[in-house]
Design a protein around this ligand. Structure first.
Ligand code: ATP
Ligand code: GLA
Ligand code: MG
Length: 535
């Protein structure tokens, strides 16, 4: 699936037929608004979608594989480079948003070699700047240190709900980085390079996130979910769900609880990243031979539970002189047991307890190493619960993949009667759904990243016919995903309306967008316009 980001020749290359009317209107509005804002037409548009995560929650930053898919909602960015250069040694960015009452226009003159991002303020253009910073680093690598970035006029339009768990941020950052590459003459942009730079650069906004969102946004292909693995290197491949009758759909339901990761990072998202990293260091200190160093890796804090996992089995093989016959599944089961035996403190671990086990002279060294760039507020770190969630969730991803793979091989070789095929499909769907439900239990009870509203939505949807329901994305609000057979979609929608949405004060627009059935959409693209230009 690697290779260059596709160049779209028409909107049909990007959207499914049912979305074309709405999208054509929206793109035309972007183009005419660009012209009224800047006085001329844009040269091109970059586009990246949001995503929904099917399974594998809060494990990407521990470098375990995940299974998201792109959705239709996206960020589109129209760009022109036709503007006079500002003073020597700088380039100019003029940036505006279609939703201009919410996201104010800005202008920046930026030094060629330094893009300042103030992560202490919550400012929408920080997301553009983080894509800009990452793209310029790549451009400098390709063209040398004295590369001169082009000035840009930008108009963006995003339809992924912000803070809604569908990754509006990665859609924005990847579309921004892609726009900067194209504005600087690179129309052939490697998907892997784009994703890797966006993963690292999005952290500049103050959230120490993993790599799932950017991978899903860039690599997704229409009609397929995406299996993303992060080690030994970033890899993404399309995965199909077996066709069943009735068709299995992914229903996405908003909770309308806005989960702002930037604001709550120190007690939620960034804290979980620290807890998982500390769990890896702690398990390494206790279970591996004294002096063992975990390998540096691409995780946000440079060492991970996955790194501990590999080191632990590599060393036990080396010490026993035998090659481990354990499959990855068995290894994860083994690690779950070890975690339960080793990390026994349900109430969590204090800084001094952890520093002592890691052999650090004081808690300031611990803070320096693990919490200096992304501060956290916690007295105790729940290492046991976080490691148990990560290992068990990594196992669930493998189990779900296994179910999909065995079912696709058995359906292609099966000649069974239609009634047994139906019961097999029913059985498969129930088993897939059960895994999603287990994820939700773990997110709620063990990882503590759900919230009461999402729990309620999941209960209502299951009652109305969903095979499996859970939060999707970071959690603490945001969105939920439900595996629903097509003949139960209306039932689930009605139940959610009756028992959840009717109790909230929602605008007409919110009500309409509250529940959507989403088909796997396509990933990032560049639109350079047809023969007649962009319009
Ligand atoms: P999650 O990461 O849980 O999947 P998310 O990506 O939507 O959800 P955040 O990572 O908190 O949530 O990113 C939301 C931020 O992205 C917004 O606060 C805003 O700064 C920026 N953003 C998103 N959409 C837009 C938009 N259409 N216009 C301007 N800025 C936007
Ligand atoms: C957010 C992050 C991702 C991932 C999810 C939880 O969306 O940006 O990297 O960690 O939360 O799975
Ligand atoms: Mg995000």
């Amino acid at each position: 699936m690697s290779g260059p980001v596709p160049i779209a020749n028409s909107l049909e290359d990007i959207y499914t037929r049912d979305a074309l009317d709405t999208q054509t209107k929206r793109w035309n509005n972007l183009l005419s608004k660009f012209e009224s804002t800047y006085g001329h037409q844009p040269e091109f548009v970059s586009r990246s979608p949001g995503r929904v995560n099917i399974i594998g929650e809060h494990i990407d930053y521990s470098l375990y594989s995940v299974l998201p898919m792109a959705i239709t909602a996206d960020t589109i960015i129209a760009v022109s480079t036709h503007l006079p250069a500002p003073k020597e040694g700088t380039f100019r960015i003029q940036i505006a948003n279609v939703q201009d009452s919410k996201f104010k226009s800005r202008e920046f003159d930026i030094l060629y070699d330094s893009v300042d991002i103030d992560a202490t303020v919550h400012e929408w253009t920080n997301y553009f700047k983080s894509g800009l910073r990452g793209a310029l680093e790549l451009l400098r690598k390709k063209h040398g240190a004295d590369f001169k970035p082009k000035s840009m006029q930008i108009l963006m339009d995003g339809t992924v709900p912000a803070g809604g768990g569908l990754s509006s941020s990665a859609a924005f950052v990847t579309a921004s980085a892609l726009a900067v590459m194209a504005a600087n003459g690179e129309q052939t942009v490697d998907k892997k390079e784009l994703t890797e730079l966006a993963i690292v650069s999005e952290r500049a906004v103050g959230v120490n996130s993993g790599g799932m969102d950017q991978s899903a946004s860039v690599f997704s292909e229409r009609g397929s979910a995406l299996f993303v693995s992060f080690t030994p290197t970033l890899l993404a491949r399309p995965v199909s769900f077996p066709p069943t009758t009735p068709e299995l759909t992914f229903l996405i339901a908003q909770s309308f609880v806005t989960a702002d990761k930037f604001v709550t990072g120190p007690i939620h998202y960034n804290l979980r990243v620290v807890e998982c990293t500390l769990a890896a260091a702690y398990l390494n200190a206790v279970l591996n031979p004294p002096g063992t160093l975990l390998p540096g890796d691409a995780s946000p804090l440079g060492i991970s539970l996955h790194g501990f996992h590999e080191t632990y089995f590599a060393l036990s093989e080396h010490n026993s002189g035998a090659t481990s016959s354990k499959s990855i599944t068995e290894q994860l089961e083994h690690l779950l047991e070890l975690t339960k035996q080793t990390l026994t403190k349900e109430e969590g671990y204090t800084r001094s307890e952890i520093a002592a086990v890691l052999g650090l002279p004081s808690t300031s060294e611990l803070d320096q190493k693990f919490t200096s760039r992304f501060p956290v507020r916690a007295e105790r770190f729940k290492l046991r619960q976080r490691a148990i969630h990560v290992f068990s969730e990594a196992l669930r991803v493998l189990k779900l993949m296994d179910l999909l793979e065995t079912s696709s091989s058995s359906s292609s070789s099966s000649s069974s009667s239609s009634s047994s095929t139906t019961s097999t499909a029913e059985d498969l769907n129930s088993r897939l759904g059960a895994l999603l439900n287990e994820t939700q239990d773990s997110c709620r009870e063990v990882y503590e990243c759900s919230c009461e509203e999402i729990d309620r939505i999941c209960a209502i949807a299951r009652q109305a016919g969903s095979y499996g329901s859970r939060l999707t994305g970071a959690g603490w609000g945001g969105c939920s995903v439900h595996l629903v057979p097509a003949d139960k979609v209306n039932n689930v929608k009605e139940a959610l309306e009756r028992e959840y949405y009717s109790k909230l004060e929602l605008t007409e627009e919110q009500r309409e967008g509250a529940v959507v059935v989403s088909k796997p959409g396509s990933g990032s693209a560049l639109y350079l316009g047809g023969k007649e230009g962009l319009a």
